[in-house]
Design a protein around this ligand. Structure first.
Ligand code: BES
Ligand code: MN
Ligand code: ZN
Length: 503
Protein backbone atom coordinates (compact mmCIF):
# COMPACT_ATOMS: atom_id res chain seq x y z
CA UNK A 1 0.00 0.00 0.00
CA UNK A 2 1.10 3.54 -0.55
CA UNK A 3 2.10 4.70 2.86
CA UNK A 4 -0.59 6.75 4.57
CA UNK A 5 0.37 10.41 5.02
CA UNK A 6 1.29 11.48 8.52
CA UNK A 7 -1.32 14.06 9.54
CA UNK A 8 -0.84 16.48 12.40
CA UNK A 9 -2.57 19.64 13.54
CA UNK A 10 -0.83 22.85 14.48
CA UNK A 11 -1.94 26.33 15.57
CA UNK A 12 0.56 28.18 13.40
CA UNK A 13 2.12 28.00 9.98
CA UNK A 14 5.71 26.86 10.21
CA UNK A 15 6.42 26.17 6.56
CA UNK A 16 9.90 24.77 6.20
CA UNK A 17 12.10 25.25 3.14
CA UNK A 18 11.48 22.64 0.48
CA UNK A 19 7.90 21.83 1.36
CA UNK A 20 4.52 22.84 0.02
CA UNK A 21 1.95 25.29 1.28
CA UNK A 22 -1.77 24.94 0.55
CA UNK A 23 -4.28 27.72 1.10
CA UNK A 24 -7.93 28.06 0.10
CA UNK A 25 -9.84 31.03 -1.27
CA UNK A 26 -13.42 31.73 -2.33
CA UNK A 27 -14.67 32.69 -5.79
CA UNK A 28 -13.96 36.35 -5.03
CA UNK A 29 -10.27 35.51 -4.45
CA UNK A 30 -10.72 36.26 -0.77
CA UNK A 31 -8.72 34.46 1.92
CA UNK A 32 -9.37 33.84 5.59
CA UNK A 33 -7.33 35.68 8.18
CA UNK A 34 -4.92 32.83 8.88
CA UNK A 35 -4.42 32.07 5.19
CA UNK A 36 -3.60 35.73 4.63
CA UNK A 37 -1.08 35.56 7.47
CA UNK A 38 0.51 32.46 5.96
CA UNK A 39 0.87 34.16 2.59
CA UNK A 40 2.40 37.30 4.11
CA UNK A 41 4.36 39.26 1.56
CA UNK A 42 3.54 36.68 -1.14
CA UNK A 43 -0.09 37.85 -1.22
CA UNK A 44 0.68 40.39 -3.91
CA UNK A 45 2.38 37.70 -5.98
CA UNK A 46 -0.75 35.54 -5.74
CA UNK A 47 -2.91 38.42 -6.93
CA UNK A 48 -0.66 38.96 -9.94
CA UNK A 49 -0.45 35.24 -10.77
CA UNK A 50 -4.22 34.86 -10.45
CA UNK A 51 -4.71 37.62 -13.03
CA UNK A 52 -2.20 36.07 -15.39
CA UNK A 53 -3.77 32.65 -15.10
CA UNK A 54 -7.37 33.88 -15.06
CA UNK A 55 -7.74 32.08 -11.73
CA UNK A 56 -10.86 33.29 -9.95
CA UNK A 57 -11.20 30.77 -7.13
CA UNK A 58 -13.96 28.78 -8.78
CA UNK A 59 -14.70 25.48 -7.10
CA UNK A 60 -12.21 22.85 -8.26
CA UNK A 61 -9.70 25.32 -9.75
CA UNK A 62 -6.08 25.50 -8.61
CA UNK A 63 -3.36 28.13 -8.89
CA UNK A 64 0.12 26.71 -8.62
CA UNK A 65 3.28 28.72 -7.92
CA UNK A 66 6.78 27.29 -7.93
CA UNK A 67 9.42 28.90 -5.69
CA UNK A 68 7.11 31.75 -4.69
CA UNK A 69 9.09 34.81 -3.74
CA UNK A 70 8.66 35.85 -0.11
CA UNK A 71 7.84 32.30 1.06
CA UNK A 72 10.20 29.60 2.27
CA UNK A 73 8.32 26.77 0.56
CA UNK A 74 9.09 25.32 -2.88
CA UNK A 75 5.46 25.17 -3.95
CA UNK A 76 2.36 27.15 -3.20
CA UNK A 77 -1.08 25.83 -4.11
CA UNK A 78 -4.10 28.09 -3.96
CA UNK A 79 -7.29 26.02 -4.18
CA UNK A 80 -10.56 27.60 -5.17
CA UNK A 81 -13.45 26.63 -2.90
CA UNK A 82 -16.13 28.47 -4.91
CA UNK A 83 -19.02 29.90 -2.92
CA UNK A 84 -18.07 29.35 0.70
CA UNK A 85 -21.63 29.74 2.02
CA UNK A 86 -22.75 26.78 -0.16
CA UNK A 87 -20.06 24.36 1.03
CA UNK A 88 -21.48 21.05 2.21
CA UNK A 89 -19.63 18.40 4.23
CA UNK A 90 -19.00 16.42 1.09
CA UNK A 91 -17.49 19.47 -0.66
CA UNK A 92 -15.00 20.03 2.16
CA UNK A 93 -13.97 16.34 2.05
CA UNK A 94 -13.43 16.70 -1.71
CA UNK A 95 -11.44 19.90 -1.17
CA UNK A 96 -9.09 17.91 1.05
CA UNK A 97 -8.86 15.26 -1.67
CA UNK A 98 -8.07 17.87 -4.29
CA UNK A 99 -5.34 19.34 -2.08
CA UNK A 100 -3.76 15.92 -1.54
CA UNK A 101 -3.90 15.30 -5.27
CA UNK A 102 -1.63 18.31 -5.84
CA UNK A 103 1.01 17.45 -3.25
CA UNK A 104 4.19 15.62 -4.26
CA UNK A 105 4.43 11.95 -3.28
CA UNK A 106 6.93 12.74 -0.53
CA UNK A 107 7.95 15.62 1.69
CA UNK A 108 6.31 18.04 4.04
CA UNK A 109 3.26 20.12 3.43
CA UNK A 110 1.41 22.74 5.41
CA UNK A 111 -2.30 23.08 4.76
CA UNK A 112 -4.00 26.15 6.17
CA UNK A 113 -7.53 25.06 7.12
CA UNK A 114 -9.11 28.44 6.63
CA UNK A 115 -11.74 30.11 4.48
CA UNK A 116 -13.09 33.64 4.35
CA UNK A 117 -16.27 34.22 6.35
CA UNK A 118 -17.44 30.62 6.46
CA UNK A 119 -19.99 30.16 9.21
CA UNK A 120 -20.52 32.86 11.81
CA UNK A 121 -16.97 33.35 12.94
CA UNK A 122 -15.18 32.87 9.65
CA UNK A 123 -12.46 30.32 9.05
CA UNK A 124 -13.12 26.59 9.19
CA UNK A 125 -14.65 24.93 12.22
CA UNK A 126 -13.19 21.78 13.77
CA UNK A 127 -15.60 19.49 11.91
CA UNK A 128 -14.70 21.01 8.56
CA UNK A 129 -11.00 20.84 9.38
CA UNK A 130 -11.39 17.14 10.17
CA UNK A 131 -13.39 16.60 6.96
CA UNK A 132 -10.57 18.24 5.02
CA UNK A 133 -8.11 15.80 6.63
CA UNK A 134 -10.44 12.86 5.90
CA UNK A 135 -10.46 13.78 2.21
CA UNK A 136 -6.66 13.91 2.23
CA UNK A 137 -6.33 10.43 3.73
CA UNK A 138 -8.86 8.91 1.31
CA UNK A 139 -7.15 10.52 -1.70
CA UNK A 140 -3.67 9.37 -0.66
CA UNK A 141 -4.66 5.70 -0.95
CA UNK A 142 -3.10 3.63 -3.71
CA UNK A 143 -3.06 -0.15 -4.10
CA UNK A 144 0.50 -0.84 -5.19
CA UNK A 145 1.39 -3.92 -3.16
CA UNK A 146 2.14 -5.95 -6.28
CA UNK A 147 4.18 -3.33 -8.16
CA UNK A 148 7.78 -4.41 -7.84
CA UNK A 149 9.38 -2.69 -10.83
CA UNK A 150 8.79 0.96 -10.20
CA UNK A 151 11.40 3.22 -11.78
CA UNK A 152 13.38 5.36 -9.37
CA UNK A 153 11.50 8.53 -10.32
CA UNK A 154 8.14 6.83 -9.72
CA UNK A 155 9.00 5.77 -6.21
CA UNK A 156 8.16 8.19 -3.45
CA UNK A 157 11.39 9.32 -1.84
CA UNK A 158 10.46 9.13 1.82
CA UNK A 159 7.31 9.88 3.73
CA UNK A 160 4.55 12.36 3.26
CA UNK A 161 3.81 14.56 6.25
CA UNK A 162 0.95 17.02 6.35
CA UNK A 163 0.60 19.67 9.00
CA UNK A 164 -2.87 21.18 9.10
CA UNK A 165 -3.09 24.66 10.54
CA UNK A 166 -6.29 24.74 12.58
CA UNK A 167 -8.07 27.45 14.55
CA UNK A 168 -8.69 25.14 17.52
CA UNK A 169 -6.12 22.35 17.44
CA UNK A 170 -7.58 20.29 20.28
CA UNK A 171 -11.09 20.38 18.78
CA UNK A 172 -9.76 19.53 15.31
CA UNK A 173 -7.79 16.55 16.68
CA UNK A 174 -10.86 15.29 18.49
CA UNK A 175 -13.08 15.63 15.43
CA UNK A 176 -10.46 13.91 13.30
CA UNK A 177 -10.26 10.86 15.59
CA UNK A 178 -13.71 9.67 14.46
CA UNK A 179 -12.98 10.53 10.81
CA UNK A 180 -9.74 8.57 11.03
CA UNK A 181 -11.65 5.49 12.20
CA UNK A 182 -14.01 5.87 9.25
CA UNK A 183 -11.14 6.40 6.79
CA UNK A 184 -9.49 3.25 8.15
CA UNK A 185 -12.68 1.32 7.42
CA UNK A 186 -12.89 2.68 3.87
CA UNK A 187 -9.27 1.77 3.15
CA UNK A 188 -9.73 -1.75 4.56
CA UNK A 189 -12.72 -2.22 2.23
CA UNK A 190 -10.71 -0.94 -0.74
CA UNK A 191 -7.80 -3.26 0.06
CA UNK A 192 -10.07 -6.30 0.23
CA UNK A 193 -11.74 -5.46 -3.09
CA UNK A 194 -8.45 -4.72 -4.87
CA UNK A 195 -6.72 -7.94 -3.74
CA UNK A 196 -6.41 -10.61 -6.45
CA UNK A 197 -8.64 -13.68 -6.14
CA UNK A 198 -5.77 -16.15 -5.84
CA UNK A 199 -4.73 -14.34 -2.66
CA UNK A 200 -8.13 -13.47 -1.24
CA UNK A 201 -10.24 -16.64 -1.25
CA UNK A 202 -12.96 -17.27 1.36
CA UNK A 203 -10.75 -18.72 4.08
CA UNK A 204 -8.15 -15.96 3.72
CA UNK A 205 -10.87 -13.28 3.66
CA UNK A 206 -12.25 -14.74 6.89
CA UNK A 207 -8.79 -14.79 8.44
CA UNK A 208 -8.32 -11.09 7.68
CA UNK A 209 -11.47 -10.16 9.57
CA UNK A 210 -9.75 -11.35 12.75
CA UNK A 211 -7.83 -8.05 12.68
CA UNK A 212 -11.05 -6.38 13.89
CA UNK A 213 -10.51 -7.95 17.30
CA UNK A 214 -7.86 -5.31 17.95
CA UNK A 215 -10.60 -2.68 17.99
CA UNK A 216 -12.75 -4.71 20.38
CA UNK A 217 -15.00 -6.28 17.76
CA UNK A 218 -15.92 -9.93 18.33
CA UNK A 219 -15.34 -12.19 15.34
CA UNK A 220 -16.80 -15.66 14.81
CA UNK A 221 -15.93 -17.76 11.76
CA UNK A 222 -18.39 -20.49 10.72
CA UNK A 223 -16.60 -23.30 8.87
CA UNK A 224 -17.98 -25.95 6.51
CA UNK A 225 -19.16 -28.23 9.31
CA UNK A 226 -21.03 -25.36 10.97
CA UNK A 227 -22.63 -24.24 7.69
CA UNK A 228 -23.78 -27.79 6.91
CA UNK A 229 -25.19 -28.15 10.39
CA UNK A 230 -27.15 -24.91 9.96
CA UNK A 231 -28.51 -26.22 6.67
CA UNK A 232 -27.22 -23.42 4.46
CA UNK A 233 -27.84 -25.42 1.29
CA UNK A 234 -28.21 -22.37 -0.96
CA UNK A 235 -24.87 -20.85 0.04
CA UNK A 236 -23.06 -24.19 0.03
CA UNK A 237 -24.43 -25.04 -3.42
CA UNK A 238 -22.68 -21.98 -4.86
CA UNK A 239 -19.35 -22.92 -3.31
CA UNK A 240 -19.43 -26.63 -4.12
CA UNK A 241 -17.59 -26.29 -7.44
CA UNK A 242 -14.61 -24.59 -5.82
CA UNK A 243 -11.45 -26.11 -4.35
CA UNK A 244 -11.77 -23.41 -1.71
CA UNK A 245 -14.07 -23.95 1.25
CA UNK A 246 -16.89 -21.52 1.98
CA UNK A 247 -17.13 -19.48 5.17
CA UNK A 248 -19.57 -17.21 6.97
CA UNK A 249 -18.15 -14.58 9.33
CA UNK A 250 -20.11 -12.88 12.09
CA UNK A 251 -18.65 -9.65 13.47
CA UNK A 252 -20.16 -8.12 16.56
CA UNK A 253 -19.67 -4.70 18.11
CA UNK A 254 -21.49 -4.12 21.40
CA UNK A 255 -21.17 -0.40 22.02
CA UNK A 256 -24.83 0.26 22.78
CA UNK A 257 -27.22 -0.42 25.61
CA UNK A 258 -27.07 -3.90 27.03
CA UNK A 259 -29.84 -6.06 25.67
CA UNK A 260 -30.86 -3.62 22.91
CA UNK A 261 -31.54 -5.33 19.57
CA UNK A 262 -28.62 -4.88 17.18
CA UNK A 263 -28.59 -3.23 13.77
CA UNK A 264 -27.38 -5.71 11.17
CA UNK A 265 -25.33 -5.40 8.00
CA UNK A 266 -24.98 -8.29 5.59
CA UNK A 267 -22.59 -8.58 2.67
CA UNK A 268 -22.24 -10.67 -0.48
CA UNK A 269 -18.72 -12.08 -0.49
CA UNK A 270 -18.23 -13.96 -3.75
CA UNK A 271 -14.44 -13.90 -3.81
CA UNK A 272 -14.50 -14.76 -7.49
CA UNK A 273 -17.51 -15.16 -9.76
CA UNK A 274 -16.81 -17.12 -12.94
CA UNK A 275 -20.54 -17.64 -13.35
CA UNK A 276 -20.05 -21.35 -12.60
CA UNK A 277 -21.43 -23.79 -15.20
CA UNK A 278 -23.38 -20.84 -16.69
CA UNK A 279 -19.93 -19.42 -17.30
CA UNK A 280 -19.30 -15.75 -18.05
CA UNK A 281 -17.57 -14.55 -21.23
CA UNK A 282 -13.80 -13.97 -20.95
CA UNK A 283 -13.79 -10.21 -21.52
CA UNK A 284 -13.64 -8.39 -18.22
CA UNK A 285 -14.04 -11.52 -16.11
CA UNK A 286 -11.06 -10.40 -14.01
CA UNK A 287 -13.32 -7.72 -12.52
CA UNK A 288 -15.25 -10.48 -10.76
CA UNK A 289 -12.54 -10.49 -8.09
CA UNK A 290 -14.53 -7.53 -6.77
CA UNK A 291 -17.73 -9.53 -6.37
CA UNK A 292 -17.12 -9.41 -2.63
CA UNK A 293 -17.40 -5.61 -2.39
CA UNK A 294 -20.55 -5.93 -0.26
CA UNK A 295 -18.73 -8.10 2.28
CA UNK A 296 -15.71 -5.77 2.16
CA UNK A 297 -17.94 -2.82 2.99
CA UNK A 298 -19.42 -4.65 5.97
CA UNK A 299 -15.93 -5.39 7.31
CA UNK A 300 -14.88 -1.77 6.77
CA UNK A 301 -18.02 -0.54 8.49
CA UNK A 302 -17.54 -2.82 11.50
CA UNK A 303 -13.94 -1.60 11.73
CA UNK A 304 -15.10 2.02 11.63
CA UNK A 305 -17.84 1.50 14.25
CA UNK A 306 -15.60 -0.38 16.67
CA UNK A 307 -12.59 1.91 16.16
CA UNK A 308 -14.61 5.01 16.95
CA UNK A 309 -16.46 3.20 19.75
CA UNK A 310 -19.89 3.89 18.29
CA UNK A 311 -22.69 3.79 20.86
CA UNK A 312 -24.60 1.04 19.11
CA UNK A 313 -24.96 -2.73 19.05
CA UNK A 314 -24.09 -3.79 15.53
CA UNK A 315 -23.74 -7.10 13.73
CA UNK A 316 -21.92 -7.69 10.47
CA UNK A 317 -22.47 -10.99 8.67
CA UNK A 318 -20.77 -11.95 5.41
CA UNK A 319 -21.15 -15.00 3.17
CA UNK A 320 -17.83 -15.96 1.56
CA UNK A 321 -17.74 -18.34 -1.39
CA UNK A 322 -16.05 -18.85 -4.75
CA UNK A 323 -18.28 -19.57 -7.79
CA UNK A 324 -16.39 -21.99 -10.06
CA UNK A 325 -17.21 -24.48 -12.84
CA UNK A 326 -16.08 -28.00 -11.95
CA UNK A 327 -17.13 -31.64 -12.04
CA UNK A 328 -18.70 -31.08 -8.66
CA UNK A 329 -20.23 -27.68 -9.48
CA UNK A 330 -23.93 -27.01 -9.17
CA UNK A 331 -25.96 -27.39 -12.40
CA UNK A 332 -28.85 -25.48 -13.92
CA UNK A 333 -31.83 -27.63 -12.95
CA UNK A 334 -30.49 -28.51 -9.50
CA UNK A 335 -32.84 -27.87 -6.60
CA UNK A 336 -31.28 -26.76 -3.31
CA UNK A 337 -32.84 -26.39 0.13
CA UNK A 338 -32.05 -23.12 1.89
CA UNK A 339 -31.68 -22.72 5.64
CA UNK A 340 -35.20 -21.28 5.72
CA UNK A 341 -36.54 -24.59 4.39
CA UNK A 342 -37.61 -22.97 1.12
CA UNK A 343 -36.39 -24.78 -1.99
CA UNK A 344 -34.76 -23.08 -4.98
CA UNK A 345 -34.50 -24.31 -8.54
CA UNK A 346 -31.22 -23.18 -10.07
CA UNK A 347 -31.84 -21.76 -13.55
CA UNK A 348 -28.58 -19.90 -13.97
CA UNK A 349 -25.54 -20.63 -11.79
CA UNK A 350 -24.35 -17.06 -12.44
CA UNK A 351 -27.23 -15.73 -10.31
CA UNK A 352 -25.29 -16.89 -7.25
CA UNK A 353 -25.16 -13.81 -5.02
CA UNK A 354 -28.84 -14.04 -4.10
CA UNK A 355 -28.33 -17.70 -3.08
CA UNK A 356 -25.52 -16.74 -0.73
CA UNK A 357 -27.52 -13.85 0.74
CA UNK A 358 -30.68 -15.96 1.13
CA UNK A 359 -29.02 -18.09 3.79
CA UNK A 360 -27.06 -15.27 5.44
CA UNK A 361 -30.13 -13.00 5.70
CA UNK A 362 -32.22 -15.81 7.15
CA UNK A 363 -29.51 -16.76 9.63
CA UNK A 364 -29.08 -13.15 10.78
CA UNK A 365 -32.80 -12.62 11.23
CA UNK A 366 -33.32 -15.88 13.13
CA UNK A 367 -30.28 -15.70 15.35
CA UNK A 368 -30.00 -11.97 16.16
CA UNK A 369 -33.54 -10.58 15.76
CA UNK A 370 -32.09 -7.24 14.58
CA UNK A 371 -33.85 -3.84 14.48
CA UNK A 372 -33.22 -3.87 10.74
CA UNK A 373 -31.07 -5.57 8.15
CA UNK A 374 -29.20 -3.74 5.39
CA UNK A 375 -27.47 -5.94 2.85
CA UNK A 376 -24.93 -4.84 0.25
CA UNK A 377 -24.19 -6.82 -2.89
CA UNK A 378 -22.65 -6.50 -6.32
CA UNK A 379 -25.78 -8.35 -7.35
CA UNK A 380 -26.74 -7.50 -10.92
CA UNK A 381 -25.28 -6.07 -14.11
CA UNK A 382 -28.77 -4.69 -14.70
CA UNK A 383 -28.36 -2.09 -11.93
CA UNK A 384 -25.42 -0.61 -13.89
CA UNK A 385 -27.68 -0.31 -16.93
CA UNK A 386 -30.33 1.43 -14.80
CA UNK A 387 -28.25 3.73 -12.56
CA UNK A 388 -24.71 3.76 -13.95
CA UNK A 389 -21.78 4.18 -11.58
CA UNK A 390 -23.08 7.13 -9.55
CA UNK A 391 -26.06 5.74 -7.63
CA UNK A 392 -26.51 2.42 -5.88
CA UNK A 393 -29.90 0.75 -6.21
CA UNK A 394 -32.00 0.72 -3.03
CA UNK A 395 -34.76 -1.85 -2.54
CA UNK A 396 -36.64 -1.96 0.73
CA UNK A 397 -39.75 -3.12 2.53
CA UNK A 398 -39.58 -0.11 4.87
CA UNK A 399 -40.08 3.58 4.04
CA UNK A 400 -38.40 4.96 7.16
CA UNK A 401 -35.23 2.93 6.62
CA UNK A 402 -35.24 3.95 2.95
CA UNK A 403 -35.55 7.63 3.79
CA UNK A 404 -32.73 7.40 6.30
CA UNK A 405 -30.46 5.61 3.84
CA UNK A 406 -31.26 8.20 1.18
CA UNK A 407 -30.45 11.08 3.54
CA UNK A 408 -27.19 9.47 4.70
CA UNK A 409 -26.20 8.86 1.08
CA UNK A 410 -26.83 12.50 0.22
CA UNK A 411 -24.80 13.67 3.19
CA UNK A 412 -21.76 11.55 2.41
CA UNK A 413 -21.81 11.77 -1.36
CA UNK A 414 -22.63 8.07 -1.73
CA UNK A 415 -26.14 8.46 -3.12
CA UNK A 416 -28.75 5.71 -3.45
CA UNK A 417 -31.86 5.60 -5.63
CA UNK A 418 -34.95 3.71 -4.57
CA UNK A 419 -36.29 1.06 -6.95
CA UNK A 420 -39.63 -0.74 -6.78
CA UNK A 421 -40.65 -4.07 -5.29
CA UNK A 422 -44.04 -5.59 -6.09
CA UNK A 423 -45.95 -8.83 -6.29
CA UNK A 424 -45.96 -8.72 -10.09
CA UNK A 425 -42.17 -8.99 -10.07
CA UNK A 426 -42.29 -11.52 -7.25
CA UNK A 427 -44.41 -13.85 -9.42
CA UNK A 428 -41.64 -13.94 -12.00
CA UNK A 429 -39.48 -16.09 -9.72
CA UNK A 430 -42.11 -18.75 -9.02
CA UNK A 431 -40.85 -22.15 -10.18
CA UNK A 432 -42.52 -25.15 -11.78
CA UNK A 433 -40.53 -27.55 -9.62
CA UNK A 434 -39.54 -25.77 -6.41
CA UNK A 435 -40.69 -22.90 -4.18
CA UNK A 436 -38.84 -20.42 -6.38
CA UNK A 437 -36.20 -20.18 -9.09
CA UNK A 438 -33.07 -18.11 -8.96
CA UNK A 439 -33.72 -15.88 -11.99
CA UNK A 440 -36.75 -14.15 -13.44
CA UNK A 441 -36.31 -16.06 -16.68
CA UNK A 442 -35.84 -12.95 -18.82
CA UNK A 443 -33.68 -9.86 -18.59
CA UNK A 444 -36.70 -7.69 -17.84
CA UNK A 445 -36.36 -6.00 -14.45
CA UNK A 446 -33.28 -8.08 -13.64
CA UNK A 447 -32.28 -6.06 -10.57
CA UNK A 448 -35.83 -6.12 -9.26
CA UNK A 449 -36.38 -9.87 -9.57
CA UNK A 450 -33.06 -10.33 -7.76
CA UNK A 451 -34.33 -8.10 -4.94
CA UNK A 452 -37.66 -9.97 -4.85
CA UNK A 453 -35.69 -13.16 -4.33
CA UNK A 454 -33.89 -11.67 -1.32
CA UNK A 455 -37.15 -10.41 0.13
CA UNK A 456 -38.38 -13.99 0.43
CA UNK A 457 -35.73 -14.49 3.13
CA UNK A 458 -36.33 -11.53 5.43
CA UNK A 459 -39.92 -12.03 6.65
CA UNK A 460 -41.20 -8.88 8.39
CA UNK A 461 -37.80 -7.56 9.47
CA UNK A 462 -37.26 -3.98 8.23
CA UNK A 463 -34.79 -4.58 5.41
CA UNK A 464 -32.97 -2.77 2.66
CA UNK A 465 -30.90 -4.18 -0.18
CA UNK A 466 -28.23 -2.01 -1.80
CA UNK A 467 -27.18 -3.23 -5.24
CA UNK A 468 -23.64 -1.86 -5.53
CA UNK A 469 -22.52 -3.55 -8.78
CA UNK A 470 -21.97 -0.09 -10.28
CA UNK A 471 -20.51 1.73 -7.29
CA UNK A 472 -18.42 -0.80 -5.34
CA UNK A 473 -15.74 -1.23 -7.98
CA UNK A 474 -14.65 0.31 -11.24
CA UNK A 475 -16.80 3.28 -10.36
CA UNK A 476 -16.08 6.79 -11.58
CA UNK A 477 -12.92 8.04 -9.97
CA UNK A 478 -13.16 11.29 -8.09
CA UNK A 479 -11.33 13.67 -5.80
CA UNK A 480 -11.25 11.20 -2.93
CA UNK A 481 -10.64 7.96 -4.77
CA UNK A 482 -8.18 7.10 -7.52
CA UNK A 483 -8.30 3.36 -6.90
CA UNK A 484 -10.35 0.69 -8.71
CA UNK A 485 -12.08 -0.27 -5.49
CA UNK A 486 -14.08 2.57 -3.96
CA UNK A 487 -14.84 1.30 -0.47
CA UNK A 488 -18.37 2.44 -1.27
CA UNK A 489 -20.90 2.33 1.56
CA UNK A 490 -18.67 2.53 4.62
CA UNK A 491 -19.16 6.27 5.00
CA UNK A 492 -22.85 6.09 4.14
CA UNK A 493 -23.64 3.37 6.68
CA UNK A 494 -21.44 4.86 9.39
CA UNK A 495 -23.42 8.06 8.93
CA UNK A 496 -26.72 6.15 9.07
CA UNK A 497 -25.70 4.68 12.42
CA UNK A 498 -24.35 7.99 13.76
CA UNK A 499 -27.41 10.03 12.77
CA UNK A 500 -30.21 7.64 13.73
CA UNK A 501 -29.11 4.73 15.92
CA UNK A 502 -26.56 5.97 18.46
CA UNK A 503 -27.29 7.01 22.01
N1 BES B 1 -21.64 -10.57 -9.81
C1 BES B 1 -22.59 -10.52 -10.85
C2 BES B 1 -23.15 -9.10 -11.08
C3 BES B 1 -22.16 -8.06 -11.55
C4 BES B 1 -22.03 -7.77 -12.89
C5 BES B 1 -21.43 -7.33 -10.64
C6 BES B 1 -21.14 -6.79 -13.31
C7 BES B 1 -20.54 -6.36 -11.05
C8 BES B 1 -20.40 -6.08 -12.39
C9 BES B 1 -23.76 -11.45 -10.54
O1 BES B 1 -23.45 -12.57 -9.80
C10 BES B 1 -24.31 -11.91 -11.84
O2 BES B 1 -23.61 -12.62 -12.52
N2 BES B 1 -25.53 -11.53 -12.14
C11 BES B 1 -26.15 -11.90 -13.37
C12 BES B 1 -27.56 -12.35 -13.04
C13 BES B 1 -28.26 -13.04 -14.18
C14 BES B 1 -27.60 -14.37 -14.47
C15 BES B 1 -29.70 -13.25 -13.82
C16 BES B 1 -26.16 -10.67 -14.26
O3 BES B 1 -26.27 -9.55 -13.78
O4 BES B 1 -26.02 -10.84 -15.47
MN1 MN C 1 -22.79 -14.17 -11.00
ZN1 ZN D 1 -21.82 -12.44 -8.60
Amino acid sequence: MAEAPRISFSPTTAAKPGGSLVVFCDDGLKFGRRATEALGAAAALVTRAAKGEQFTGKSGSVLELILPEGLKVDRLFVLGAGKVADLKTEDVVKLGGAAMGKLPKAGEATVVADLPAAGKTGGMDAGQTADLALGMVLRAYAFDRYKTKRKADEKPAGKRAVSIVAADVAAARKAFAAREAIAGGVLTARDLVNEPPNVLFPEEFARRTLALKKAGCKVEILDMAALKKLGMGALLGVGQGSRRESRVVVMRWDGGKKGEAPVAFIGKGVCFDTGGISIKPAAGMEDMKGDMAGAACVVGLMQALSSRKAKVNAIGVIGLVENMPDGNAQRPGDIVTSMSGQTVEIINTDAEGRLVLADVLWYTKEKYKPQFMVNLATLTGAIIVALGHEYAGLFSNNDELSERLTASGEATGEPVWRMPLSSSFDKMIDSKFADMKNTGGSRAGGSITAAQFLQRFVDKTPWAHLDIAGTGMDSRQNEINKSWASGWGVRLLDRLVADYYEG
